[in-house]
Design a protein around this ligand. Structure first.
Ligand code: CAA
Length: 262
């Protein structure tokens, strides 16, 4: 598959995919074509049973994604804006729905739709040059790709409200302090740090990783009691896998496990 605005590469013997939004001249801004390509690439990734983790990043050293494409939005009417927002929301949901862990490697500006795309990943590793923000109010609009919802869920209501109503930019260290990102690393280390994390995940039992991710995501939409019921059923499900037997046998035999993914 040839993409105009994306690069989809594989690493670690095909167990890790690296998806790069590639419009560096527009700071990787998301237009409708890029969103369509993201939907295609994500469908391709979802169907690849060899994958254990996905890394998402932006091309160039300046931006992760500087937002939805303002030039493309300039002349939209309300109906076109609704379709554009819905398409963006589908992309974010498709990222969130992937069975494998997805890590955003934020190498620069992650503003508006770029911050929203990072928020739809399971967690974020930021370079020391990363800058986050929801500056849509400067353009006369609110966030439209899920930012009001996912930012509030991640950093809390008050911080999200401050950020979406002031449009203030948040640098990497502050992003770490408020729990928006999991780690801040030197810019030159970002890709290697992401690959190292992906390698760690790829070495674990794949079904256990997938059900652990599912339990966290689905559980957050439930009350605690129902979330724990879900966890019990996924725990029992994992007991039926060969990898569970291998993991426990290997531990007791004091050797490294060899997981096959079933
Ligand atoms: N859409 C379209 N083009 C963009 C863009 C965007 N979101 N962000 C940057 N660009 C383009 C610029 O127009 C410029 O293009 P030209 O070279 O053709 O003039 C190029 O990228 C480089 O940008 P700058 O010259 O502005 O670079 P800078 O270093 O001076 O500033 C920046 C960098 C602070 C990120 C600035 O570009 C900026 O503020 N960008 C817009 C950020 C923004 O408002 N994002 C939210 C968009 S709305 C949204 O995302 C809605 C939603 O939730 C769905």
């Amino acid at each position: 598959m040839v993409y105009q605005n994306l690069i989809l590469e594989h690493a670690e013997n095909g167990t890790v995919a690296v998806l790069t939004v590639n419009r560096p001249k527009a700071l990787n801004a998301l237009n409708a074509e890029t969103l369509d390509e993201l939907l295609q690439a994500l469908a391709h990734i979802a169907a690849d049973s060899a994958l254990r983790a996905l890394l998402v990043t932006g091309a160039g050293d300046k931006a992760f994604i500087a937002g939805a494409d303002i030039a493309a939005m300039q002349n939209m009417n309300a109906l076109q804006a609704q379709n554009f927002s819905a398409k963006g929301q589908r992309v974010m949901q498709a990222i969130e729905a992937l069975a494998i862990p997805v890590i955003a490697l934020v190498n620069g500006y992650a503003l508006g739709g770029g911050c929203e795309l990072a928020l739809s990943c399971d967690w974020i590793i930021a370079s020391e040059r990363a800058v986050f923000g929801q500056p849509e109010v400067n353009l006369g609009i609110p966030p439209g790709f899920g930012g009001t919802q996912r930012l509030a869920r991640l950093v809390g209501r008050a911080r999200a409200l401050e950020l979406v109503t002031t449009g203030r930019q948040v640098k990497a260290e502050e992003a770490l302090r408020i729990g928006l990102v999991n780690a801040v690393v030197a810019a030159a280390q970002l890709t290697e740090n992401g690959l190292e994390t992906a390698r760690l995940i790829a070495a674990k039992a794949p079904v256990a990783v997938r059900v652990a991710k599912q339990a966290v995501h689905r559980g957050l939409d439930m009350d605690l009691a129902n979330g724990c019921v879900l966890e019990t059923s996924l725990f029992a499900f994992a007991f039926g896998t060969d990898d569970r037997k291998e993991g426990m046998t290997a531990f007791l035999a004091k050797r490294a496990p060899k997981f096959e993914g079933h």
